[in-house]
Write a new protein. Structure first.
Length: 164
C-alpha cells in the first residue's frame, strides 16, 4: 500500500475510476462496439458476397463467350454446308440442262435428217418421173412417131431398171 501512497494514488478515486471505466466500457460495448462490430461484419459479408458475385459473373461471361464462339462456329459450318449444297445443286441443274439440250439437239437432228430423207426421196421420185417423161419425149422424137401408153410403160420400166 505504500507504493500506492508514494505515487499519490488515492484508492477510493482509483476504485471509482475503475468502476466508471467498467460502466463506460459496458455502455460503449452495448451501444457503440456491438453496432460498430455488426456494421463491420455486415460490410465484410457484403464485400465477400460482391467478390463471389464478381467471380460468378466472370465465370458466366467466360461461359457465354465460349457458347457464342460455338454458335458462331456452328453457323459458319452450316453456311459452308449450304454453299456446298448450293454448288452441288447448281452443278446438277447445269448437268441436267446440258443433257436435256443434247437430247433435244439429237431429236431435232433426227427429225431434220428424217425430213431431209423424205425430201430427198420425193425429189428422186420427182426426178425419175421427169426423166422418164424426157426419155419418152426424146424417144418419140427420135422415132418420129407417137408411142402408145403400153410402149411408154415398157420404156419407163426399162429405164428404171437401168437407173437402179
Amino acid at each position: 500500500m505504500e507504493i500506492i501512497n508514494d505515487f499519490g494514488i488515492n484508492p477510493v478515486l482509483l476504485t471509482a475510476q475503475i468502476v466508471n471505466f467498467l460502466i463506460l466500457f459496458v455502455i460503449l460495448r452495448k451501444i457503440l462496439f456491438k453496432p460498430l462490430l455488426k456494421t463491420l461484419e455486415e460490410r465484410k459479408q457484403r464485400i465477400t458476397q460482391s467478390l463471389k458475385e464478381a467471380e460468378q459473373v466472370s465465370a458466366e461471361l467466360a461461359e457465354a463467350e465460349k457458347t457464342s464462339k460455338q454458335i458462331v462456329q456452328r453457323a459458319n459450318q452450316q453456311a459452308d454446308q449450304l454453299v456446298q449444297d448450293a454448288k452441288k445443286i447448281a452443278s446438277d441443274i447445269r448437268s441436267r440442262a446440258l443433257l436435256e439440250a443434247k437430247a433435244e439437239t439429237a431429236l431435232v437432228f433426227a427429225k431434220n435428217k428424217q425430213a431431209l430423207e423424205l425430201e430427198k426421196e420425193k425429189l428422186r421420185s420427182s426426178l425419175r418421173h421427169d426423166l422418164m417423161e424426157v426419155v419418152v419425149m426424146v424417144t418419140e422424137k427420135m422415132l418420129n412417131k407417137s408411142l402408145s401408153a403400153q410402149e411408154k410403160a415398157e420404156i419407163t420400166k426399162k429405164s428404171l431398171k437401168e437407173l437402179n
